[in-house]
Design a protein around this ligand. Structure first.
Ligand SMILES: [Zn+2]
Length: 262
């Protein structure tokens, strides 16, 4: 198996026992070059088994899942909404932008943003509860000025899934991203992030490649909201003065320590 980010060789890394109906155990492989780790078992699973596993997870830990994995989930969503509202205020993000929350779940992030309905919602695993949700047909390539994904990138199954998301952006578009990105994925089957439907584990090196592949020119990271903004228009970061962002002309590789919770 080759790394879908850099083409490097993927070597056996670890194995975890889940004992679920649709996932007895999971084998993980790691790229010798960029350190990306993927769940080989999930990548090679037939589509219908992957869907069954997703439904099994939803049914098993309905609603408690996000909180169990991540106790800071709700406060962080609020922090993310606040940052987005601030960027709209400053004109970094356009008030009239076509903006999308891809993988919106129950839509809390969009509801928390002060500009009401600024952020349109889409979730392929959810029936559309109201007209603020877009359908798959609404997701035309190069039609969004802003796309945000929160806790989506760890669920993507390789290059096509990643490309589909970046393809939604206009050529001058801005991407925002919340997922776990670390310097080195721990070789530890008990690591909290090894969830049954987490299939891709990102490193700084892998994300730097993605950053330049999709032609981003500047990056800003909000530590409190755990949110990266990736800009194709490098001028945007000059508008972030006096805001608590870590900025760079490359991907902001903020997290260097091993990704454990205290
Ligand atoms: Zn790689």
């Amino acid at each position: 198996m080759k790394c879908f980010v850099c083409g490097g060789e993927m070597n056996p890394f670890m194995k975890k026992f889940f004992g679920m109906k649709n996932l007895e155990s999971c084998e993980y492989v790691r790229c010798e070059n960029c350190g990306l780790v993927v769940a080989k078992t999930l990548y090679e699973m037939p589509q219908k088994n992957w869907e069954a596993l997703n439904y099994e997870c939803h049914a098993t830990y309905q609603n408690t899942n996000e909180l169990a994995v991540d106790p800071n989930w709700l406060p962080r969503l609020k922090a993310q909404a606040k940052v987005i509202a601030e960027l709209i205020n400053r004109g970094v993000l356009d008030k009239n932008a076509n903006a999308l929350d891809y993988g919106a779940g129950d839509g809390k992030l969009s509801d928390f943003v002060a500009e009401k309905d600024w952020l349109k919602k889409f979730d392929k695993y959810m029936a559309r509860p109201n007209e603020n949700y877009l359908s798959a047909e609404d997701l035309q390539p190069e039609s969004f000025d802003f796309v945000i994904t929160c806790s989506v990138f760890e669920h993507l199954l390789g290059k096509n899934d990643v490309e589909k998301i970046f393809a939604l952006l206009k050529s001058s578009g801005t991407m925002a991203l919340h997922t776990l990105i670390c310097e080195e994925v721990p070789r530890d089957p008990n690591w909290f992030y090894l969830q049954p439907v987490h299939c891709t584990f990102w490193t700084n090196a892998a994300m730097k490649i993605i950053f330049s592949r999709y032609k981003f020119k500047a990056c800003a990271y909000d530590v409190g909201a755990r949110l990266w903004f990736m800009f194709r228009d490098a001028e945007k970061i000059s508008l972030l003065k006096n805001l608590p962002f870590v900025v760079s002309n490359d991907f902001v590789d903020y997290w260097k320590v091993k990704p454990y919770r205290k």
